[in-house]
Design a protein around this ligand. Structure first.
Ligand code: SF4
Length: 371
């Protein structure tokens, strides 16, 4: 286990320094033994694995092999809530474990490392964000899922990158003005796409902030047949070069849908595992970065996602350590905007008209402006 320094720059705290604990990579024999131990413990403990696309491929593969899920944060939340298992093992970062716990307070939620955090969460302390909200009392507060339970409790809506456009678009269509936090790049992308009136917290993801437009243009020139897939947490000049912009799930869909065999990918390189698994025969090239990543000088990989490991999963299943706790006073107010998101996306699946109707129904608007 080694500890690495991570610098992050956020408006509420100026430049700050954090850290990440990166586990040692197991050898093949250790890997097989750990996987077998985890399989047995999952059964014994009535537990299921919920892994994010950005964690180590071992944790993605094992989740799928054992009846769990590999997904984006929206599907992680839904799956954990709806699954019959009494224990959820969430491989991801802290806010994902907190969201799982809030949606399933009666379940045990374990994480391989409770210190796995996120620069967006770190850079959006609740006191400063609340003061920002207080300065704009006429605006609907929409926050990204990458925030603490306390910040979610201050919001009217929680969104993920897979539903943010639709939800902000629907609020804008109702004439509502938005206060957005914390990711400035995702906020700018949504404002441009929807035309919504948005004031923004100026946070960013240290991983996606690393992608560089000039170098991406050069790479595109070297691979003219390639389609560029970009996560909207990336800077606007990188997004402007994309053939497809979207959440992790949207990027996976675009790789299947677009009529080319070569892709340049601007998101965390943990995604390459699923992209390659689901698209045999296609080529995926990592988009160029500024080279400042704490975990990998020439690629984009989240240092906090890297804190998740097979050994960590085995340890928490064996000991029950690293249980996620959320202040009980925050559960109801933080769940309300999450429930709105889940209800909206459910209705959206059933049809756009139903989602818009739901948006204007009492149950969906009663919290607006009241948080
Ligand atoms: Fe946060 Fe970025 Fe890491 Fe995702 S990749 S957890 S947004 S720092």
């Amino acid at each position: 286990m080694s500890t690495i320094a991570v610098a992050y720059e956020q408006p509420a705290c100026q430049t700050q320094h954090a850290w990440a604990r990166v586990p040692v990579e197991p050898n093949q024999a250790q890997r097989l033994a750990l996987k077998q131990t985890i399989r047995e413990l999952l059964v014994q403990r009535n537990a299921v694995m919920v892994s994010h696309y950005y964690v180590h491929p071992d944790l993605q593969d094992l989740a799928e092999e054992t009846g769990g899920i590999v997904s984006d944060s929206l599907e992680m939340a839904r799956f954990g809530r709806d699954h019959a298992a009494q224990t959820l093992v969430v491989s991801g970062v802290r806010f994902m474990g907190e969201t799982a716990k809030m949606l399933s307070p009666e379940k045990t939620v374990l994480m391989p490392d409770l210190d796995a955090t996120c620069s967006l969460d770190l850079g959006c302390p609740v006191d400063a964000f609340s003061a920002f909200c207080d300065a704009y009392p006429d605006r609907t507060v929409v926050v990204y899922a990458n925030t603490s339970a306390a910040v979610k409790a201050r919001a009217d809506w929680v969104v993920t990158s897979s539903c943010a456009l639709e939800i902000v678009g629907a609020l804008h269509a109702q004439g509502q003005k938005i206060l957005w936090g914390p990711d400035k790049h995702l906020g700018a992308y949504i404002a441009k796409q929807t035309g919504a009136d948005m004031v923004m917290w100026q946070g960013s993801c240290i991983v996606h902030d690393e992608f560089k437009a000039h170098e991406l243009r050069d790479l595109k020139a070297a691979y003219p047949e390639a389609a560029v897939l970009v996560h909207p947490e990336s800077p606007a000049d990188v997004v402007s070069l994309a053939d497809a912009v979207g959440s992790t799930s949207a990027i996976l869909n675009a790789a299947k849908r677009l009529n080319t065999n070569t892709f340049i990918v601007a998101t965390d390189n943990g995604m390459l595992h699923q992209l390659r698994l689901q698209n045999p025969g296609k080529t995926f090239i990592e988009a160029p970065t500024a080279g400042n990543s704490a975990t990998c000088k020439s690629c984009a990989h989240c240092p906090w996602m890297a804190m998740n490991s097979l050994a960590g999963v085995a340890h928490v299943l064996q000991t029950g350590a690293n249980a996620v706790h959320v202040d009980p006073a925050l559960i109801q107010p933080a769940c309300a905007p999450i429930d709105r998101m889940l209800s909206f996306t459910q209705a959206l699946k059933a049809g756009q008209g139903q989602a818009v109707a739901l948006m204007t129904a009492g149950a969906m608007v009663e919290g607006i402006g009241a948080a």
